[in-house]
Design a binder for this molecule. Structure first.
Ligand code: NAP
Ligand code: MG
Length: 400
């Protein structure tokens, strides 16, 4: 059979360790037999990042800006131990951080749902996607310890030198702590647009929540900016897509999430998203089933697995031992990227192939063939644990 043609390159960001092995297997067994892959390849493996002084990461992000779609393998974020292991020139920054800063993007995490892997919340039938605002608040704070007898004030000096001052607290009877946090209209607006765009893109409702009843200026401003952008730029688009945007207090959102059956995007402030995404991911089963997509306000998409390079499995692999690493989230990163490329370039065969790849992956697990992480939690009666390679071969069989 003739292979599916592509017109615009997909930006391919290779990575490290076990996921680098999986990356090659996916390409060789699942993609290349069916697609005439047109990709612009960037090797974000740690050795190559080091030899290019991390320029390759910047180049890959700029290529994503240019072409609009990237698929990324998990990468090592160096620490002291990695400095020695790889004899690095410098402790390079997190590639995801670098890419996110260049694309100004928001990360959405969504679980892949299959029969037999039951969420810990029995009512959840559809994925819950969390969009986390990745700038400001507590993550860019200034904080001090306050000695007893000290007085904390909030001071704002405007362009013209006008000073607005308010007492935060007088530590008369006891010592304490203080913290200053901020956010910007630009960042909140970019976050809102990324969320509205992603909701339209995936045809799901968008929920947004803050603590505006308590934080009447700070959190309320998030709510107001969202509402303004929605009314001016998205309301008609949402109505014609048949989806809904609604705002609610974070406490109410949490209660609604627990009672819901899923199928929506939940936009969260930085801290809420940090905490809630770990809770939701855990409740849906395995890290190996969690996908992640970075969406820029200008409409570029970068797809990846939410997990890391699975170092423990890689060291086993290096010793020649058999591994059973879950490749599903990485397969879905590829299918997500190819589907998006197909939509943008009007290539229905490419979209259909991406959907078939996802279906083949899900069928494999629903047929009872799965990697170790799923094997221990699957409720299927007949199930079989397979190796990393064995799982991908089973998907390949179902695909052709
Ligand atoms: P990790 O690679 O996500 O793995 C943590 C543990 O979770 C694994 O040891 C394994 O548990 C389980 N796990 C994760 N993904 C799995 C999969 N696909 N299949 C089966 N089990 C899976 O996190 P880490 O060990 O903390 O980090 C390793 C490296 O990844 C670090 O260098 C870190 O910098 C990097 N990292 C990269 C990204 C990214 O690029 N987006 C994200 C996170 C971490 P068991 O060992 O119990 O089987
Ligand atoms: Mg967290």
């Amino acid at each position: 059979m003739a292979k599916i043609k592509m017109t615009t390159p997909i930006v391919e960001m290779d990575g490290d360790e076990m996921t680098r092995i999986i990356w090659q297997l996916i390409k060789d067994e699942l993609i290349l037999p069916h697609v005439d892959l047109v990709s612009e390849y960037y090797d974000l493996g740690l050795e190559h990042r080091d030899s290019t002084n991390d320029q390759v990461t910047v180049d890959s992000a700029n290529a994503t800006k240019k072409y609009g779609v990237a698929v990324k393998c998990a990468t090592i974020t160096p620490n002291g131990q990695r400095m020695e292991e790889y004899t690095l020139k410098e402790m390079w920054k997190s590639p995801n951080g670098t890419i996110r800063a260049i694309l100004d993007g928001t990360v959405f995490r969504a679980p892949i749902i299959v029969k037999g892997i039951d969420p810990l919340v029995p009512g959840w039938k559809k994925p819950i996607t969390i969009g986390r605002h990745a700038y400001g608040d507590m993550y860019r704070n200034v904080e001090f310890k306050a000695l007893q007898g000290s007085k904390a004030e909030l001071v704002l000096t405007d362009k013209g030198g006008k000073v607005t001052k308010q007492t935060v607290h007088e530590f008369t009877d006891t010592a304490g702590i203080i913290q200053g946090i901020h956010n910007t209209d630009k960042s909140i607006g970019d976050f809102a647009r990324a969320c509205f765009n992603f909701a339209l893109d995936t045809k799901q409702d968008l929920w947004f929540s803050t603590k505006d009843t308590i934080s009447k200026t700070y959190d309320h401003h998030f709510k107001d900016l969202y509402e303004e952008i929605y009314q001016n730029e998205y309301k008609t688009k949402f109505e014609s897509a048949g989806i809904e945007y609604f705002y609610t207090l974070i406490d109410d959102a949490v209660a609604r999430v627990m009672r819901s059956d899923g199928g929506y995007i939940w936009a969260c402030k930085n801290y809420d998203g940090d905490v809630m995404s770990d809770m939701v991911a855990t409740a849906f089963g395995s890290l190996g089933m969690m996908t992640s997509v970075l969406v820029s306000p200008s409409g570029a998409f970068e797809y990846e697995a939410a997990h890391g390079t699975v170092t423990r499995h890689y060291y086993k692999h290096l010793k020649g031992e058999e591994t059973s690493t879950n490749s599903v989230a990485t397969i879905f990163a590829w299918s997500g990227g190819l589907k998006k490329r197909g939509e943008l370039d009007k290539l229905p065969e490419l979209v259909a192939f991406a959907e078939k790849l996802e279906q083949a992956t899900i069928s494999t697990i629903e047929d009872g063939i799965m990697t170790g992480d799923l094997y221990i939690i699957s409720s299927l009666e007949t199930k079989k644990k397979v190796t990393t390679q064995g799982f991908i071969s089973e998907v390949a069989k179902r695909l052709s």
